[in-house]
Design a protein around this ligand. Structure first.
Ligand SMILES: Cc1ncc(COP(=O)(O)O)c(C=O)c1O
Length: 334
């Protein structure tokens, strides 16, 4: 669904995939290990309760509802064999009674990765762009959708990572969910740290934070694109999401993104791996090397002076990526 001013305030509906709210858990031992003086809370979107979708269940429950409402019978999306989103999209399409076509960058055979294995097991029809550039997937998704339309099907095309205003609306609502949980337990203000790839997650969170009156400071840890590019995408998408939700659009200053790429997308960073070991030992939390470990690794840098403020609340948004955590190693194909 393309968002135009006509959509102002037409908030999309949820398909009901995720079990919400996800827990907000205190992590005092992890706070101590990371040198954070105030309360550190974990927003457990690794526990969304749908397949192994993690945070992606929030986007997909909006996208699948929109697809069903438009009469679609096949979801078309793409990425790489290691993509969490692709794997989760196949599960969501199956749940909604739709077929799912995945378009991967590159050429077969696919890299061995549990996300790919799950996607195929759950019924994905896989196609290839025969171009190693991940950007080649964007046009290929559109071309595949057009081809399926010619075959008489009703495709619903979703860009990489589910980064659309409708998908981000799931995270706008997630920010409101966190706001309510914090009001119950703390004074309602906090710095929130989250990994950013395609930017759809952060865009929705920023849109929701603005709607809440900017008491939540959303901070992105860019793991894929350079931080400036990520911030530009997040601002555009966040504004389109706010338009859809009928709320105040984010300003440039609302989008703050730090560099957490390390050696590059899909390659673990030392900072991230250290953080992942601490998280497991201090809180029993499993982080994946591609997104959440790098985001937690950047948390101290992101907090800056606030790390020493015992009155400041920090939330680390655990986005899941559990099959990526199992894979563990770097993969050049991403
Ligand atoms: C585990 C995990 N965390 C964070 C993200 C980042 O989300 P986004 O692509 O919406 O920026 C992803 C995206 O695939 C992910 O799989």
């Amino acid at each position: 669904m393309a968002v135009t001013p006509d959509h102002r305030g037409i908030a999309p509906v949820r398909a009901g995939l995720a079990v919400l709210p996800t827990p907000l858990q205190e992590a005092p031992r992890l706070a101590e290990a990371l040198g954070v003086s105030g309360p550190l809370l974990l927003k457990r979107d690794d526990l969304t309760g749908f397949a192994v979708a993690g945070n992606k269940a929030r986007q997909l429950e909006m996208l699948v509802a929109d697809a069903s409402a438009s009469g679609a019978d096949v979801l078309v999306t793409g990425g790489t064999p290691g993509s969490n989103f692709c794997q989760a999209a196949v599960a969501a399409a199956a749940w909604a009674g739709m077929r799912c076509v995945l378009v991967y960058a590159g050429s077969p055979p696919p890299a061995r990765h549990p996300n790919h294995a799950a996607a195929v097991h759950w019924g994905a029809d896989v196609r290839w762009t025969y171009d190693a550039d991940r950007g080649s997937v964007d046009a290929a998704i559109e071309a595949t959708a057009a081809e399926l339309t010619r075959e008489g099907l009703q495709p619903y095309a979703v860009p990489r990572g589910g980064a659309t205003p409708v998908g981000s609306a799931g995270f706008h609502l997630a920010a409101l969910e966190l706001g309510a949980q914090l009001r119950d337990r703390f004074d309602g203000s906090a710095t929130v740290v989250v990994g950013a790839g395609s930017g759809g997650t952060l865009a929705g969170l920023v849109s929701g934070a603005v709607a809440l009156g900017r008491r939540l400071r959303m901070r992105g840890a860019a793991v894929s694109r350079p931080p400036e590019e990520t911030a530009g995408r997040v601002l555009k998408l966040g504004r389109e999401c706010a338009l859809l939700m009928g709320t105040e659009p984010p300003r440039e200053a609302d989008v703050v993104v730090y560099d957490a790429r390390g050696p590059g997308h899909g390659h673990p960073s030392e900072e991230g791996e250290r953080a992942a070991r601490l998280a497991l030992r201090a809180s029993g939390i499993v982080l994946d090397p591609v997104y959440s470990a790098k985001a937690l690794g950047a948390l101290a840098r992101i907090l800056g002076d606030r790390r020493a403020d015992p009155g400041h609340t920090t939330v680390f948004w655990h986005t899941g990526g559990l099959l990526d955590a199992v894979a563990g190693w770097s993969h050049d194909d991403r």
